[in-house]
Design a protein around this ligand. Structure first.
Ligand code: SF4
Length: 326
C-alpha cells in the first residue's frame, strides 16, 4: 500500500551551528578513519546493528536516486520499514548538479509514496569544513569530514523527529569505503548516546552482488540521470584530471558540457562495467599517486601561502565551477 507523499523543508536542528564547525578527530591532519582506530565501542556497534523490526521508522540519508533505488525497494517492500528519505548533500557541486540529483530523487520518492525531506544546501558551510583537505584523494580525510557532516545533520534530524534508526545510501557504491561511511554514521549516533535518545545508525551490507545488480537494473528501468563524479568540486576536478589522462571526455554536468547530451542509465551490463572493481581500483591507484604529479600537494601549499585570497572566492558561489575546481 503506497503511503501519502509528504514534501517538506527540514527545520534545521537547534545545535547545528555547533555541529557544523566541529572538526571531529582530525588532529594534525592525520587520517583517522582506519579500522584499527575504531574503538571497542564502535566495533561493537558495527557488529551489532540488526535489521530494524518491521514498521520501524528509519531515516534514509540519500545522496542520489541511483544509489537509493534498490535500497528503497529492499527496505520498503521486503523489510516493511517505514522509511523517510532525507536529502542533505551540501557537498554536491555545482548547484545545477545538486538540483538535478535532488529532482531525480524526489521523482522516485513520489512514485513510491515515500516521504522526502529536502534539507538545506549549505555549501558555504561544507567548503569551510573542508578547508585544508582540498587535495586529499577520495576516501581520504576530506571524505571522512564530508560523511561526518552529512551524518551529523541526518542524526540530528532523526533524533528530533522520533526516528529510532538512520542509515545512508553512501555505503552502496563501490567508489566509497563502506567502513569509512559507516564509521561516520556510528560516530553521529554516538553523539546522542548520553542524551537519552535511542538512536542507532543501522549498518547493513548493501553491496552484495544481487543488490549491486538490482541497483543498476532500477537505474536503467527508471532511466535515472547518470552522474559522473562523486559530487564535490574536488572530486569533479580529480575526475577530469583522470579522464584527461585516460583519453575520456570530461565530466558533463547536466548534459550541457561539450554538447554531448545528458547521460542516463540505459544498459545494466555497460553501466555496471563502468563501476567495475577494476576501474575503481585503477582510479584510486592514480588518485593516491596525485595523478603522477608528486609535487601537487606542495604546489598547492605554496600557492595557498602566497595568496589565500586566490582561493577565497571558491566559497562564495555554488555555481562557479571554475573558481571551485582548483
Ligand atoms: S569525494 Fe565525495 S565523499 Fe569525498 S568529499 Fe567529495 S563529495 Fe564528499
Amino acid at each position: 500500500m503506497v503511503g501519502v507523499t509528504k514534501l517538506e523543508v527540514a527545520a534545521m536542528p537547534g545545535d547545528r551551528d555547533v555541529l557544523k564547525y566541529v572538526q571531529l578527530r582530525y588532529d594534525n591532519d592525520e587520517l583517522v578513519c582506519t579500522t584499527d582506530e575504531v574503538n571497542e565501542e564502535e566495533n561493537f556497534l558495527f557488529d551489532c546493528t540488526p535489521t530494524p523490526p518491521p514498521r520501524s521508522k528509519v531515516l534514509l540519508h540519500s545522496c542520489c536516486a541511483p544509489c537509493s533505488g534498490a535500497m528503497v525497494e529492499e527496505m520498503r517492500y521486503l523489510m516493511d520499514l517505514d522509511i523517510t528519505i532525507f536529502f542533505y548533500n551540501p557537498n554536491i557541486h555545482p548547484k545545477k548538479e545538486y538540483e538535478i540529483r535532488k529532482e531525480e530523487n524526489i521523482k522516485y520518492a513520489i512514485k513510491h509514496g515515500i516521504p522526502f525531506v529536502d534539507c538545506d544546501y549549505d555549501s558555504e558551510a561544507w567548503f569551510k569544513r573542508m578547508i585544508g583537505f582540498e587535495l586529499e584523494p577520495e576516501r581520504g580525510i576530506r571524505c571522512s569530514a564530508c560523511f561526518d557532516m552529512r551524518m551529523e545533520v541526518t542524526a540530528a534530524y532523526a533524533a528530533e523527529h522520533g526516528f529510532s534508526y538512520f542509515t545512508t545510501t553512501n555505503a552502496t557504491s563501490r567508489w566509497k569505503d563502506e567502513h569509512q561511511v559507516n564509521l561516520s554514521g556510528v560516530r553521529a549516533a554516538l553523539l546522542y548516546k548520553d542524551k537519552g535518545v535511542p538512536l542507532k545508525f543501522w549498518v547493513y551490507n548493501w553491496r552484495t552482488d544481487a543488490m549491486t545488480r538490482r541497483k543498476y537494473q532500477v537505474s536503467v528501468d527508471e532511466k535515472f540521470y547518470k552522474q559522473e563524479y562523486c559530487g564535490c568540486s574536488y572530486s569533479l576536478r580529480d575526475s577530469n584530471i583522470w579522464r584527461a589522462q585516460q583519453g575520456i571526455p570530461k565530466v558533463k554536468i547536466g548534459g550541457d558540457t561539450a554538447g554531448l547530451g545528458t547521460r542516463y542509465f540505459e544498459n545494466v551490463d555497460a553501466d555496471e562495467a563502468e563501476e567495475s572493481q577494476q576501474v575503481v581500483d585503477a582510479f584510486f591507484k592514480d588518485a593516491n599517486d596525485h595523478f603522477g604529479d608528486a609535487k601537487r600537494p606542495q604546489k598547492y601549499k605554496l600557492a595557498l601561502q602566497k595568496s589565500s585570497a586566490v582561493f577565497a572566492d571558491r566559497q562564495k558561489s555554488a555555481d562557479n565551477v571554475d573558481a571551485n575546481n582548483w
